[in-house]
Design a protein around this ligand. Structure first.
Ligand SMILES: [Zn+2]
Length: 367
């Protein structure tokens, strides 16, 4: 009888071991399928690069990778309930500032310059502007940008003065303290990477009057003298509109006519198409990114817009390549957890197709 009891125990023991092994093999498989593969074959199928002259093979050429993302609101509206808010999420994460950009940081680390639109001040001011939506975050939130490997942010937008002039200058101070660059509203940003000088100008692009164009023309002319790559950032267009309006198109093309190398837009909170104009790219809207302004936006599609500039020994751009990395602004489907994730599989293909369909102006096949 004892023998039989022992045999039953032994059988039970192996059964338990077996279940544990099956469980682990399943979870390992799951982990593997979740791994994000940043292959770009498909992207290049969609957006074939220009005929390559084997430029990478010779060392006299240098490649600069620019990554740009859309609206980042680090904080929220005081009028919102705390539940599910940006600030609550940070608290939940024990004030781990690296939480928000964690999933996309590997892409940024491999970039030479990373820019975003900072949609809202970082301030302790309590003087909320009298408007429907007014955002703010604590000045310490500049650390989120630092942790996320963001190099510089656009300040020219409709939320920078949500807490007045003080809110704006608190933001500038907070960014400076963390070594984050900024541009727009009188500021421009110039940096040097791999011996290449890159400059960024930021504007709100709500009108295309002669005065606006004159200002842009003058700024480009001046900056062009000291940089090799000139990037334009525009806060423009209409909210929740998937197609650019005439002002966006006019200002975007005008900027390139005057000497910009790429035009990057934001504000509509959704993606808009990309146009190739005179061999250069205009990305009309990058959508949201780390966006504390909405606890659950219906459309969570976004992208990391990359421009790969190839320059020759005279620092002249000889080739510009486009790479799109489709993103969801939230890792969770039914709410915003403020942690953008890189899409894979069908979702990735869907967002790529969407961008391609939105790029109706000049279908991306001009090569
Ligand atoms: Zn805006």
């Amino acid at each position: 009888m004892r023998g039989k009891g022992f045999a039953v125990k032994l059988l039970f023991f192996f059964l338990v071991i077996g279940i544990v092994m099956v469980f682990f093999s399943v979870s390992t498989d799951e982990g593997a399928s979740k791994e994000v593969v940043l292959k770009s074959e498909k992207i290049e199928e969609l957006f074939p690069a220009k005929e390559n002259k084997n430029v990478e093979e010779t060392s006299k050429y240098v490649e600069i990778v620019l990554s740009a993302v859309g609206d980042c609101t680090l904080g929220s509206d005081e009028k919102y309930s705390k539940y599910g808010s940006f600030d609550e999420e940070l608290k939940k994460q024990n004030y781990d500032y690296s939480y928000f950009f964690r999933e996309v940081k590997p892409v940024f680390e491999k970039s030479d310059l990373v820019i975003a639109n900072l949609e809202g001040p970082l301030t302790t001011s309590t003087e909320r502007a009298d408007k429907e939506f007014a955002f703010k975050g604590d000045p310490s939130y500049a650390k989120i940008l630092k942790e996320g490997k963001i190099d510089a942010v656009n300040l020219a937008n409709n939320h920078s003065f949500d807490y007045g002039k003080r809110g704006f200058y608190d933001t500038v101070k907070a960014l400076k303290e963390e070594g984050i660059g900024f541009f727009g509203y009188g500021y421009s940003y110039i940096t040097e990477v791999k011996g290449v000088k890159i400059g960024v100008l930021g504007y709100t692009g709500y009108d295309d009057t002669a005065a606006t164009k004159q200002m842009i023309k003058k700024d480009i002319e001046k900056m062009r003298q000291s940089v090799d790559i000139l990037v334009m950032s525009f806060h423009w267009g209409e909210e929740n509109k998937y197609y650019p309006n005439k002002v966006q198109m006019n200002l975007g093309r005008f900027s390139i006519d005057e000497g910009a190398d790429v035009v990057i837009g934001h504000h509509p909170h959704v993606l808009q198409g990309i146009e190739i104009y005179k061999g250069k790219y205009i990305a009309y809207s990058l959508g949201n990114f780390v966006f504390g302004g909405n606890k659950n936006p219906k459309d969570k599609d976004s992208m990391i817009f990359q421009q790969i500039f190839v320059l020759d020994e005279n620092k002249k751009i000889v080739e510009i390549k486009l790479r799109i990395i489709p993103v969801s602004i939230s890792s969770e489907k039914d709410r915003n957890d403020y942690k953008p994730k890189i899409l894979a599989g069908e979702e990735r293909d869907r967002v790529l197709r969407k961008i391609q369909n939105l790029s109706y102006l000049n279908p991306l096949s001009l090569q």
